[in-house]
Design a protein around this ligand. Structure first.
Ligand code: HEM
Length: 572
């Protein structure tokens, strides 16, 4: 009683509050996983490694992901832990390619999809399979759009859409280059618009017309205000873009913004309360429903030949499955709608970012453009003879090893993705360290061994590697030549005249059962666009001020600036 009396006095209340605050503070201090290297000083603040990361981002041209990888060198270990999210468990980082690949390809029993995708994308596509753990529901749902990655869909359906949208970009840049009077211009938005137009056409079979709208606008533009300096960028006015485009952008930006927050799920919840987000979602719901209705109307006469887009495929597959199982088809379920929107979202920014790196790297490497042009001429003699562009079918079917090598090298150097993430399903071991159940593990693909020499790979004892890693040692890809590992050199991917996807470490599409679903479509989109761009334009080197390699983090790693000066090379 006496103690309660003391606690109820003003001093007692203040003292109790202070003690509770101290206990909460101590409970919130980072708790390291025993045996995994970390910065000792990060344990002294509830903010862990966050202040050092913010400082790095302020003072460098790099993103948080470069800071993260740099810590492998600072801590002198290919496995380490960082405390990046207050009140959360530490994250574990692994830079070793062999072990990372082993986790993704062969250790599905130990590791699964981590919660990051759920936190970032869950507010927009809660029913999409990419958010799910790898269970029966995931497997069944992934099949809904599986046919869109078959060779026949890619060549007969997707290639035509991608080709048409690529032509729109070529036409628009031709007009824009003229209007700009040969000055460079910012290409970032154009590429972003093209990437959405293209994936939209494949997903829904209709045109969103963002690029076409801009071309028509530029054709009518009279005497724009241009800087006198021919090397200064032309800033041209832009038209009002289609409502569908603006709605998808609001949703995409909300996910990008959430991805930057230490509390992505909460950050996204806040964004969802805003009116513009609600309007964009309502618009998107109507768009997807319209596209589904359209597909249903065309496919109810049961003709597979009518399939003209991913939505058609999904409707057709569901109709057949329902017939077989004797039930009503579920054409308009939330799952179907989220799978379609997820197809659009996953296929948009990923390819847009890679293409922005491409135009920068190609402009800085005229010898690569030259070689591509020569190889295209050799691969498409009929198009050369007739003075036309190679067709969609020709490009989809042709073997141009140096183009495949260039795309792979753009991905390796541009690092659209810094790596992949998995969550430990139970207590398990990696590189001789115990990783507790529920730990999010980041498998980095942007540092040692990938784009810089790997000081660890030869130091790791075989006995520290997993059983499956040891069993498959002979399948390990060779190390890159460290003397030029940071250089853009597509020929590193060529062996005996052919493209070798296993020439060295690179993992831009992830791997294993949870690897990128849309890899083939993403590569086809770039293959068609790069062929038409390099065939039609020369991209000269730009002044230094317009060609930096600073990066910014969105849901992908983007160049901070992306200027270009496309010069038409074909006869007028
Ligand atoms: C340059 C283009 C692309 C890049 C670099 C890329 C990269 C990636 C990466 C790194 C992952 C995570 C893989 C992992 O955790 O192992 C992923 C997953 C995924 N990607 Fe892509 N992607 C690209 C294009 C596409 C396209 C065009 C689509 C679809 C139209 C797509 C659909 C998906 C889906 C659905 C997943 C989730 C897979 C799952 O959870 O099982 N991606 N992508």
């Amino acid at each position: 009683m006496a103690l309660i009396g003391v606690l109820l006095t003003p001093y007692g209340v203040i003292g109790s509050v202070l003690v509770i605050a101290l206990l909460v503070y101590r409970a919130a201090l980072p708790k390291p996983i025993p045996g995994i290297p970390h910065h000792k000083k990060s344990l002294q603040s509830i903010w862990g490694d966050m202040p050092a990361l913010i400082e790095f981002s302020k003072n460098s041209n790099q993103t948080a992901m470069e800071y993260v990888t740099q810590q492998a060198l600072e801590l002198d270990s290919p496995i380490y832990q960082l405390f990046l999210f207050p009140f959360k468990k530490p994250n574990v980082f692994i830079t070793d390619h062999r072990e990372g690949l082993d986790i993704m390809l062969r250790r599905q029993k130990d590791f699964d999809r981590c919660g990051f995708f759920q936190d970032v994308f869950g507010g927009v596509i809660p029913e999409h399979h990419m958010l799910m753990p790898t269970n029966d529901r995931f497997k069944a749902q992934r099949k809904l759009l599986a046919d869109t990655m078959t060779p026949s869909f890619l060549t007969d359906v997707a290639a035509k859409h991608l080709y048409q949208q690529s032509q729109h970009l070529v036409d628009m840049w031709r007009v824009k280059a003229k209007v700009a009077g040969g000055r460079p211009f910012d290409m970032d938005d154009d590429i972003n618009h093209f990437a959405l137009d293209a994936i939209w056409a494949v997903a829904f079979g209709s045109e969103i017309d963002t690029i076409k709208t801009q071309r028509q606008f530029l054709e009518k533009l009279n005497s724009p205000d241009l800087p006198p300096d021919i090397d200064a960028p032309a800033t041209l006015p832009r038209p009002q873009l289609p409502d569908a485009f603006e709605a998808i952008m609001v949703l995409s930006h909300s996910m990008e913004d959430a991805a930057q927050s230490p509390f992505p799920a909460f950050a996204h919840w806040c964004l969802r309360q805003a009116k513009p987000w609600k309007l964009a979602k309502a618009h998107k719901d109507r768009l997807v429903q319209d596209r589904l209705n359209d597909a249903k109307a065309r496919l109810l006469n049961d003709d597979e030949a009518n399939i003209a887009c991913a939505t058609d495929h999904m409707v057709f597959r569901e109709k057949k499955a329902a017939e077989k199982e004797g039930r009503d088809p579920q054409f308009d379920s939330p799952v179907v709608k989220d799978e379609l929107l997820g197809f659009l979202i996953a296929g948009h920014e990923t390819t847009a970012t890679t293409i922005t790196w491409a135009v920068k790297l190609l402009a800085d490497h005229p010898e690569v453009q030259e070689r591509l042009r020569a190889d295209f001429k050799a691969a498409y003699p009929d198009a050369v003879a007739s003075g036309t562009l190679p067709s969609a079918e020709d490009i989809a079917a042709a073997n141009v090893p140096f183009l495949d090598a260039t795309m792979e090298e753009i991905l390796r150097i541009g690092q659209t993705f810094a790596g992949q993430t998995r969550r430990a399903r139970h207590d398990t071991e990696v590189l001789g360290c115990l990783v507790p159940r529920g730990t999010d593990v980041f498998l980095m693909a942007n540092g040692p061994g990938f784009v810089m020499p790997d000081p660890f790979v030869r130091r790791i004892p075989e006995s520290d590697r997993s059983v499956t890693s040891r069993e498959t040692k002979d399948r390990t890809v060779p190390e890159w030549d460290y003397s030029d590992i940071a250089s853009f050199k597509p020929e590193r991917w060529i062996r005996d005249g052919e493209f070798d996807p296993n020439a060295g470490p690179s993992r831009q599409f992830g791997a294993g059962e949870r690897g990128c679903f849309g890899r083939k479509l993403g590569l086809l989109k770039m293959r068609i666009l790069f062929t038409l761009l390099i065939w039609s334009f020369d991209f000269p080197r730009l002044p230094e001020a317009l060609s930096g390699y600073a990066a910014v983090a969105k849901t992908t790693r983007k160049p901070a600036q992306c200027y270009g000066r496309p010069c038409w090379t074909l006869s007028e």
